[in-house]
Design a protein around this ligand. Structure first.
Ligand SMILES: [Zn+2]
Length: 51
């Protein structure tokens, strides 16, 4: 299922079908981040999500 990301390069929202979840460890705990590739410019897009 596609997820909506905000692309910094395009400066707009894009729908990404291939993305992966990464777990970041911070001082306050773990945060989950979705990382994908913008279908428009090929740049990296990411956003935080629930773990
Ligand atoms: Zn883009």
């Amino acid at each position: 299922m596609a997820e909506e990301f905000y692309c910094m390069k395009c400066r707009k929202k894009v729908n990404v079908e291939n993305f992966e979840k990464k777990i970041l460890k911070t001082k306050t705990g773990e945060r989950a981040q979705l990382v994908g590739i913008c279908p428009v410019c090929g740049g990296k897009v990411f956003k935080f999500t629930k773990a």
